[in-house]
Design a binder for this molecule. Structure first.
Ligand SMILES: Cc1cc2nc3c(=O)[nH]c(=O)nc-3n(C[C@H](O)[C@H](O)[C@H](O)COP(=O)(O)OP(=O)(O)OC[C@H]3O[C@@H](n4cnc5c(N)ncnc54)[C@H](O)[C@@H]3O)c2cc1C
Length: 308
């Protein structure tokens, strides 16, 4: 445990280095997640640029844990919050977009949906699926996000990553070790940017694909609700939503959390859910599916922080 929030006598803020970005003590994380739940970050750090992040990582006391978040669209942050420092790349320096032919280098803090216009304007197709995934580029890489038959690993060229000592590396796909909804670089390393490869295409075709993908999502997923997308990974050769439905979990509720009636693998915060409600509902589903099918579902949503 660290700092006053977690019972220590002195706030960790006193031991953090001077930076150009912003420290926010006891920052509410619920507003940084799609579920809209979760306790505070002991300190939320919004670095100004990569140099600022480097200064912070090099000079902070080694014992203070660092957690990076992106758009919070794959996170269930527990009600007790996250000890230590939570880093979010939000400054303009982390949202740059640069084209080189059909390749685009994108800052890790850019919202995936903000890539839409740039792709259309530059006539780069093949990356439309990325714009339909909620969240930001750093989270996209960490989760090897995918949809509409593609994953990030299919279009990945290289990335810049900062390790926990503030050193920057250029990495290729072999360092990421992409697999289904995950990549294997160390948990406390931070993606700074990514270069992705598309194909030259007509702007109207790119726009059409984007519109079709959005329409599909609106028709099949509760994307306007407080959710974190697919809760569980699909077991090899099977679909998690079908197993959940067959186990009789459609409409199941715990407190303010419920299983979406539109898509059984999506859990919804109906407004006043706690992280505990959502986690308990998820664990209940795992049990029921196991009873019915002997299959143990694995969380796709990443759970972070401590219980209240
Ligand atoms: C409505 C809805 C639909 C969705 N549909 C899909 C879908 O079709 N396909 C799919 O794959 N996912 C989907 N998701 C899940 C989610 O959008 C993706 O997993 C997304 O890539 C997460 O990105 P994020 O920026 O929100 O990351 P977060 O949720 O903030 O974090 C996810 C992980 O990434 C890490 N991370 C974040 N930024 C960085 C960084 N800069 N460097 C290193 N690590 C970092 C975090 O530590 C955490 O482990 C959906 C979610 C919602 C809410």
């Amino acid at each position: 445990m660290f700092g006053r929030l977690f019972g220590a006598k002195t706030p960790i803020l006193d031991s953090l280095p001077e930076v150009r970005g912003k420290y926010i003590e006891n920052a509410k994380l619920a507003k940084h997640t799609w579920f809209g739940v979760g306790g505070p970050a002991e300190v939320l750090f919004l670095p100004e640029d990569a140099d600022d992040l480097k200064t912070f990582l090099m000079r902070k006391p080694a014992a203070i844990p660092v957690t990076v978040i992106g758009g919070g669209s794959n996170l269930l942050i527990r009600d007790g919050g996250i000890p230590g420092v939570v880093v979010k790349l939000d400054a303009p320096a982390f949202r740059q977009v640069k084209f080189d032919g059909a390749e685009v280098t994108v800052g890790a803090g850019l919202k995936n949906s903000d890539l839409k216009k740039a792709l259309i304007d530059n006539g780069v197709g093949g990356l439309e699926f990325i714009c339909s995934v909620p969240g930001r580029i750093g989270g996209l890489l960490r989760t090897n996000a995918g949809c509409f038959g593609k994953t990030v690993s299919d279009v990945f060229v290289r990335a810049h990553i900062m390790n926990d000592w503030g050193q920057i590396y250029e990495t290729g796909a072999e360092d990421f070790n992409f697999s289904y909804r995950s990549s294997m670089f160390p948990e406390n390393w931070i993606v700074l940017d990514a270069t992705l490869k598309g194909v030259k295409a007509a702007p109207e075709e790119i726009r059409k694909t984007m519109d079709e993908q959005l329409a599909y999502r609106l028709a099949h997923q509760p994307i306007n609700k407080k959710t974190a997308g697919s809760t569980f990974k699909n077991p090899e050769g099977l679909q998690a939503w079908k197993l959940i439905k067959e186990a009789g979990c459609a409409g199941l509720k715990v407190g303010g959390a419920e299983v979406s009636d539109m898509h059984c693998n999506f859990l919804i915060n109906r407004g006043k859910a706690t992280a505990e409600d959502i986690e308990e509902l998820g664990e209940m589903i795992i049990e029921k599916v196991k009873e019915k099918t002997a299959i143990t579902l694995e969380w796709e949503v990443r759970r972070m922080g401590v219980k209240k």
